[in-house]
Design a protein. Structure first.
Length: 131
């Protein structure tokens, strides 16, 4: 059975403080955020949780897994400039194995940590190529 809850507190998502005062549900649904971004997917306790898609108002798009309102697990993030990251996320940041392709088709395939390329790993395990 799907339960409805009222969110009357500040909702923080990826560093954006978004005050929500609308009804959301556990299970599958859709929510339009105050800035015009639209989330479609699974909810748990009023937060994005499970598989989902977030289309940001600034044309960025994320499709993948969420935990407790943040990107977490496998996902694809397409930036408004056309760059695309496909790989692992943790706590809303690029973390783990992934590949980023830039608008000029330059690619980086390797390890990311806390949102950046992890330069502490063995450079032979990571590749940067220009197609």
């Amino acid at each position: 059975m799907k339960q409805w809850m009222m969110i009357l507190t500040a909702f923080v998502f990826l560093g954006l403080g978004l005050a929500l005062a609308q009804t959301v549900k556990d299970g599958y649904g859709q929510m339009t955020l105050p800035d015009g971004s639209v989330y479609t997917g699974q909810f748990k306790d009023g937060k994005f949780d499970g598989k989902g898609e977030l289309n940001f108002a600034d044309q960025r798009q994320y499709n993948g897994e969420f935990i407790n309102g943040q990107f977490d697990g496998q996902g694809i993030l397409v930036y408004s400039d056309g760059s695309k990251y496909e790989g692992q996320f943790k706590d809303g940041l690029l973390n783990g194995q992934g590949e980023i392709t830039y608008p000029d088709n330059t690619q980086y395939n390797g390890t990311f940590k806390d949102g950046d390329i992890d330069t502490t790993v063995n450079p032979t395990d990571n590749t940067a190529v220009n197609n």
